[in-house]
Write a protein that binds this ligand. Structure first.
Ligand code: NAD
Ligand code: UDP
Length: 311
C-alpha cells in the first residue's frame, strides 16, 4: 500500500516508518522538522520505497495514498508550549487538511490522539467512555484542546462523509530516538543520570504515569489501522503498569548507575496527578497488549542515550 505518515521524522513516526517499510509498503513521510530530525530516518533514506518531504501539515497536501497516519504535532510539554498557537494550528488545521485529503482519495486515516484528552482525570484507570477533565485556558490547553478538537473533526468526517477513521489515544511512550532535550520525564531522568546531573522531580514525585515501550506502541498502532473497517475507536494504547515519578527515578538510577542525587522542583500547572489506561478495548478488538516490561525498555533506552551522548 501507499502510506502517508505525517510527523514521520519524530520519535514515534520514525519507528512507524521503519515498520511500514519492513512490511513492504511504499511510505511517504512528511515533516516540517519542528521536533523531528532526518537522522531519525537515516536507515531509510537509501530505501527506494521510502520518500521524505518537508511539509507543514497546516497547509493542504495533494498526494495519492491508501492510508494516512496523522502523527504531526510536538508531543513534549516544553516543545508544544514554546509556540502554543502553532500547536493548536498543527492539531486542528493539520487534522482538517489530512481529513480533506483522506476524503478526496478515499484513504483510511488514523489520528495519533493522546491520554491528555482525559486531562487531570477523576476516573481511574481511564476508560474510553470517560469525557475527561481538561482546563480550556491553561498552559497545556493548546495541546489537550487541540487534540480534542481533532478527535471531534475525525468523528464528524466519519458521520458526515463516511470516512474510515481510527482514533488512538496514546499514553506516555518512551524508547530510543526520544530527543535528549525533549523534556519528557524518561529522557530527562536518563540523560541526567548518564551525565551525573541531579534527577529533577517536579512536585513531590507521587504523581503517576504508565509508560509504554515504543515497539509495543507501534504494534498497537499498526493493528488499529488494519482493524475491521467499522471500528473507529477511540481506543487507549498504553501500558497499564503505573509508577510514581519517584519510582521511575529510582529505577533509572539503579539501571543507569552513576551518582546523581534527586532534586525536587516546582510542579508545572495543570500537571495530571495520575494516569493509567484501561486497555480492555484494545485487548478485545486488536488482540493487543504490551509485552515489554519497564526495566527491559529502560535498559534499551539507556543504551541508546549512552550511544547518543557519546556522539
Ligand atoms: P515528536 O515531537 O518526536 O514527533 C512529532 C513530529 O511531528 C516531529 O517530527 C515534528 O517535526 C513533526 N511536526 C510538528 N509540527 C508539524 C507540522 N505543523 N507539520 C509537519 N510536521 C510537524 O513526538 P512523538 O512522541 O513522536 O509524538 C508523535 C504523535 O504521537 C504526536 O501527535 C503526539 O501528540 C502523539 N502522542 C505521543 C505520545 C508519546 O508519549 N510519545 C503520547 C501521546 C500522544
Ligand atoms: N517530570 C518530572 N521531572 C522531569 C520531567 C517531568 O518529575 O524532569 C514529571 C512531570 O511533572 C509529569 C511526569 O513527570 O508529572 C510526566 O511528564 P512528561 O512531560 O514526560 O509527560 P506528561 O506530563 O505529558 O505525561
Amino acid at each position: 500500500m501507499r502510506v502517508l505518515v505525517t510527523g514521520g521524522a519524530g520519535f514515534l513516526g520514525s519507528h512507524l516508518c521503519d515498520r511500514l517499510i519492513a512490511e513492504g509498503h511504499d511510505v511517504l513521510c512528511v515533516d516540517n522538522y519542528y521536533t523531528g530530525t532526518k537522522e531519525n530516518l537515516s536507515g531509510l533514506l537509501a530505501e527506494p520505497r521510502f520518500e521524505l518531504m518537508r511539509h507543514d501539515v497546516t497547509f493542504p497536501l495533494y498526494v495519492e495514498v491508501d492510508r494516512i497516519y496523522n502523527l504531526a504535532c510536538p508531543a513534549s510539554p516544553i516543545h508544544y508550549q514554546r509556540d502554543p498557537v502553532q500547536t493548536t494550528k498543527t492539531s486542528v488545521h493539520g487534522a482538517i487538511n489530512m481529513l480533506g485529503l483522506a476524503k478526496r482519495v478515499g484513504a483510511r486515516i488514523l489520528q495519533a490522539s493522546t491520554s491528555e484528552v482525559y486531562g487531570d482525570p477523576e476516573v481511574h484507570p481511564q476508560v474510553e467512555e470517560y469525557w475527561g477533565k481538561v482546563n480550556p485556558i491553561g498552559i497545556r490547553s493548546c495541546y489537550d484542546e487541540g487534540k480534542r478538537a481533532a478527535e471531534t473533526l475525525f468523528f464528524d468526517y466519519w458521520r458526515q462523509h463516511g470516512l474510515e477513521i481510527k482514533v488512538m489515544r496514546i499514553f506516555n511512550t518512551y524508547g530510543p530516538r526520544m530527543h535528549p532535550d525533549d523534556g519528557r520525564v524518561v529522557s530527562n531522568f536518563i540523560v541526567q543520570a548518564l551525565r551525573g546531573e541531579p534527577i529533577t522531580i517536579y512536585g513531590d514525585g507521587h504523581q503517576t504515569r504508565s509508560f509504554c515501550y515504543v515497539d509495543d506502541l507501534i504494534d498497537g498502532m499498526a493493528r488499529l489501522m488494519e482493524s475491521r473497517a467499522d471500528f473507529t475507536g477511540p481506543v487507549n494504547i498504553g501500558n497499564p503498569t503505573e509508577n510514581t515519578m519517584l519510582e521511575l527515578a529510582e529505577s533509572v538510577l539503579r539501571l543507569a548507575g552513576g551518582t546523581s542525587k534527586i532534586e525536587f522542583r516546582p510542579l508545572p500547572s495543570d500537571d495530571p496527578r495520575q494516569r493509567r489506561p484501561d486497555i480492555t478495548l484494545a485487548k478485545g478488538e486488536l488482540a493487543w497488549e504490551p509485552k515489554v516490561a519497564l526495566e527491559d525498555g529502560l535498559r534499551e533506552t539507556i543504551d541508546y542515550f549512552r550511544w547518543k551522548l557519546a556522539q
